[in-house]
Design a protein around this ligand. Sequence first.
Ligand code: CAA
Length: 259
Amino acid sequence: MNFENLVFKQEGNIGILSINRPKALNALNTQVLKELDEAIDIIEKNDEVHIVVLTGEGRAFVAGADIAEMKSMGSKEAREFAKNGLEVFRKIELMEKPVIAAVNGFALGGGCELSMCCDIRLASDKAKFGQPETGLGIIPGFAGTQRLSRLVGMGRAKELIFTADMIDADEAYRIGLVNKVVPQDDLIEEAIKLAKNILSKGQLAVRFAKNAINRGIETDIETGMAIERDLFGLCFTTEDQKEGMGAFLEKRKPNYKLR
Ligand code: CAA
């Protein structure tokens, strides 16, 4: 993978994708969004990568959408720009493979929104979160008004968005925006440790669970339960189910094959 604003590394079955535009604190412009879209397609098709860690180079995860690019936009262009971001983030959210955000610094505006389309958020103790858009005379445009309230509840989402205040990693943990806070120097190692834990389980099952949780949260509970029932049934068509249950009964470690 060869991109101007992204770095991709692979460690075993773990893909580590970094936003690499540190001079602008990894701000998301049209080019970065386009590269991210292409990179996600490549990673999703890569059979060697089973899980993704998404992070940022330098002192930011992502400090937001690019204000310099947005400043002169008219309404039509702004809608188009938002559409691009919304589509890429939705693609990340709907990837079959799990995605862990390793939030290494500022996660503001589009950066907070990017972390929220990932499945799990690990934050370094140096990370800062916020939706500063109202301070710029706009509202979040990459689904911040939608995903933040789903993650932390409407009251906290409204407070964060109306005030445009930044919060530190401990506060983000307290309100349920991040799963865990770890020392800055250990962030990637901790993300890899978590990824390896997930990788030791049946990956088809993990993917089905992701699908059931994502689709279930967007519908009523009866429909959600029907989705779960169907995917539960689907698990029993896989070799991984036979292997997982067989290994338990034979008192050995399972050897999953993603089949
Ligand atoms: N867009 C464009 N450039 C940005 C940027 C952004 N979102 N964030 C930072 N930068 C640039 C700065 O302009 C600066 O560039 P120069 O060196 O060329 O001047 C460089 O990154 C370093 O930034 P600072 O000098 O400002 O660094 P700092 O340590 O003093 O402050 C910060 C760090 C608090 C994160 C500050 O940069 C900041 O407030 N950034 C903007 C955050 C923001 O408002 N994000 C929301 C954007 S709107 C959005 O995201 C809409 C949406 O939902 C789609």
